[in-house]
Design a binder for this molecule. Structure first.
Ligand code: NAD
Length: 314
């Protein structure tokens, strides 16, 4: 049976080193903090927002939640983003997705000051990531590769060698998860294949996923990946978080991978919950701290701000 890649344990280790960074910022008297904007009442986003609130509390990261009604207009939302851009107590801004249909996501993302854009959704930051010189690495993709790297170390594999000879198949191609994961795969000099919904409809995903040494699944479809879709030596990272009502009427979270049938077959796998999620949350806080450092180097009005590569590509 597969080795279980423990996201909670990994998140605890990251949290400890982040705590030290937070203390440093405090001693330096640097202003920092995370602001989140949640428009409407999407179930998953609301759950995510609560987790971030608890984590920020625990780490001592100042936290500003901005819940807005579903009917909020695009102009009102952009006006709030502009206020937060200018707030010295805010280093990181997170806009929770999905936004209501009447709001153009891209227009809102463009309004974020790139120095506060901890999820790299602004075109400038998305571009830097695609060019391999990221300012911020989006937290979910960062978390996927952090888990992989950590597991490789534990398994006694040479990271570079493993990636060079691996085919990474990414199922799902969203701007916030799939595409950044593809970029990080390229940066590790792996062979990367990207599958979306159309490939599934036309030819089925199995012929791609069965060849994967590393299978990263971010489609948002509960139980999409079953035993027949994976090879026996695969390392499977399940990004999906799908609410499902159990026979007891209670809602619980399941991944995109049918864990019961896949886990006995593969080499290693992340569970849901307890896999990618906890590491993603800590990574967002880490990017908030990183943003504070960047703002200290390039304060408002400094238009010469050059790309400031992160300490490493995860
Ligand atoms: P999205 O809906 O924006 O994108 C989904 C992508 O999957 C699209 O490219 C779509 O074409 C593709 N897809 C859908 N069905 C498919 C199929 N049958 N075969 C192949 N490809 C298919 O979703 P997203 O924002 O990328 O999120 C994906 C999942 O990851 C969701 O369940 C979300 O809740 C979860 N998520 C988890 C974390 C975390 O920290 N664990 C963070 C962000 C998102």
């Amino acid at each position: 049976s597969a080795q279980v890649i423990d996201g909670r344990a990994c998140a605890r280790v990251l949290k400890e080193s982040l705590s030290a960074d937070v203390s440093c910022l405090r001693e330096e008297g640097a202003a920092f903090g995370l602001a989140t904007i949640l428009v409407g009442d999407d179930y998953g986003s609301a759950a995510y927002e609560r987790r971030l609130r608890r984590l920020a509390d625990g780490l001592g990261v100042p936290y500003q939640p901005h819940p807005l009604p579903t009917g909020t207009s695009q102009d009102e939302l952009i006006a709030l983003v502009e206020v937060l851009n200018d707030d010295p107590a805010v280093s990181g801004i997170l806009i929770l997705r999905p936004l209501p249909a009447h709001i153009d996501e891209a227009a809102v993302f463009q309004a974020i000051d790139p120095r506060n854009d901890i999820e790299a959704v602004h075109p400038e930051n998305a571009g830097l990531l695609a060019l391999g010189v990221p300012r911020f690495v989006p937290s979910t993709a960062a978390s996927v590769f952090h888990l992989l790297d950590t597991w490789l170390d534990l398994a006694g594999e040479d990271r570079a060698d493993f990636y060079h000879r691996s085919l990474i198949v990414v199922v799902g191609r969203s701007n916030n998860v799939g595409k950044p994961a593809i970029s990080l795969g390229y940066e590790r000099q792996a062979t990367v294949e990207s599958i979306d919904e159309w490939a599934d409809r036309t030819t089925g995903i199995g012929r791609h996923t069965r060849r994967a040494d590393v299978l990263i699944v971010a489609a948002g479809k509960a139980g999409l990946i079953k035993a027949e879709h994976v090879s026996e030596n695969a390392v499977v990272i399940d990004v999906g978080i799908n609410p499902q009502t159990g026979p007891d009427g209670r809602v619980h979270m399941v991944g995109d991978v049918d864990y019961a049938s896949v886990a006995p077959r593969v080499r290693a796998i992340t569970p849901v919950p307890g896999g990618v999620g906890p590491v993603t949350d800590v990574w967002l806080m880490r990017n908030t701290v990183l943003a504070a450092r960047l703002l200290a180097q390039h304060p408002a009005g400094d238009t010469s701000a050059l790309p400031e590569p992160t300490d490493s590509l995860v």
